[in-house]
Design a protein around this ligand. Structure first.
Ligand code: MRU
Length: 342
């Protein structure tokens, strides 16, 4: 079975989101019409993944303008609502960038903003296709002539973007060329984007997938069971330091120790050249309850504290290659986004 996975879509009624909090048990949609509902959906990860957040942020400005018209807001209330969307989650630079992209259209009204947001959505899908092709070319040029075992972390697929995916876009392209033996999908505690979302997407596409606990990933790599790791990114500093889902650093360290490539696949819009290195990347900390529970059942004893950073920063020296829609940068060999900016 295969279906077109679409995380978000602009409709006359508002922004239609595939509710990623209930996948894969249920395929349900939520139509967002006001700023409170959008900020809540972003914070609860109904819509998630850096490029998808960028598109949601851009359409979010159109939602704000429609609501401002309906409710007779003044410019200050409108701008405060736009700022709330922009700041709903801090790590993925795409969210703020998506909002900033459409702000120049605010004076022209909601429909002009929505048209620009749609252009961003369409560009994202085209960019992901290019990332897939370029990433597959780069990997295959350096691989044995056989189907590959690919490890990925979190979900950087169609669900995390406007369509196709970044890291999973590379996987889809490799699969289309007959070159995927197996995808190891890290389950991605605590919210299970790997086991719930990546495994679901790969199953939809008929791509072989094995889910493993996050703690298994370094061992899988050191045992020689993976040929390459491909992950997405939420923000990449000018020197190539890369923020991605918590647990990515363990994958990166194991890749370096085992001598296999760590490939980061992300659109150029995820690069933040205003930051010289990863020290300045804001790391979202999420509620303690997410790690003190499993499937909403409390697992840790009462009174125990939790540390729940949603992202980590992989140092540039551990990133073998960054694949964007414009080309491949060999980061650990010294080609940084800052030196290669288009
Ligand atoms: O907390 P999430 O689910 O939004 O985190 C998503 C990730 O870390 C992805 O790997 C990243 O955004 C890249 S998505 C193409």
């Amino acid at each position: 079975m295969s279906m077109d996975v679409r995380a978000l879509e602009w409709t006359d009624g508002g922004l239609r989101l595939l509710d990623q909090t209930v996948l894969p048990a249920r395929v349900e949609h939520l139509v967002v019409r006001d700023v409170d509902a959008l900020v809540d959906a972003i914070r609860r990860l109904v819509v998630r993944g850096a490029p998808a957040l960028g598109v949601a942020g851009a359409f979010g400005v159109a939602i704000v303008l429609r609501q401002a018209d309906r409710e007779g807001w003044d410019d200050a209330a409108r701008d405060a609502a736009i700022a709330r969307v922009r700041e709903a989650r801090p790590t993925a630079v795409n969210l703020a960038a998506g909002v900033d992209r459409v702000v120049p259209f605010v004076a022209k009204g909601a429909e002009a903003v929505a048209a620009e947001a749609q252009a961003l959505l369409d560009e994202d899908v085209r960019g992901n296709r290019a990332i897939g092709r370029l990433g597959a070319d780069w990997i295959l040029a350096r691989s044995a002539d056989r189907p590959l075992r690919v490890l990925t972390h979190c979900n950087a697929g169609a669900l995390a973007t406007a369509g196709w995916g970044t890291a999973l876009g590379v996987v889809r392209e490799l699969h289309g060329r007959g070159r995927v033996e197996m995808v190891y999908a890290d389950e991605t505690r605590p919210l299970l984007q790997g086991s719930r979302l990546t495994a679901w997407e790969l199953a939809q596409a008929g791509i072989p997938c094995t889910v493993q606990a996050d703690g298994a990933a370094p061992s899988t790599i050191l045992r020689g069971l993976a040929d390459v790791a491909v992950i997405g990114a939420d923000r990449i500093a000018a020197n190539g330091d890369t923020a991605n889902k918590i647990g990515s650093v363990g994958v990166a360290l194991a890749c370096a120790a085992a001598g296999i490539p760590l490939v980061v696949a992300a659109p150029w819009s995820t690069v933040d050249l205003s930051l010289p290195d990863g020290d300045g990347i804001p790391i979202e900390e999420r509620p303690a309850a997410e790690v003190l529970t499993a499937g909403r059942v409390r697992t840790a004893p009462d009174g125990v504290a939790a540390f729940n950073p949603a992202f980590d920063v992989t140092p540039a020296r551990l990133v073998t290659a960054l694949v964007t829609e414009t080309g491949v940068l060999e980061i650990s060999a010294g080609t940084t986004p800052g030196s290669a900016a288009p």
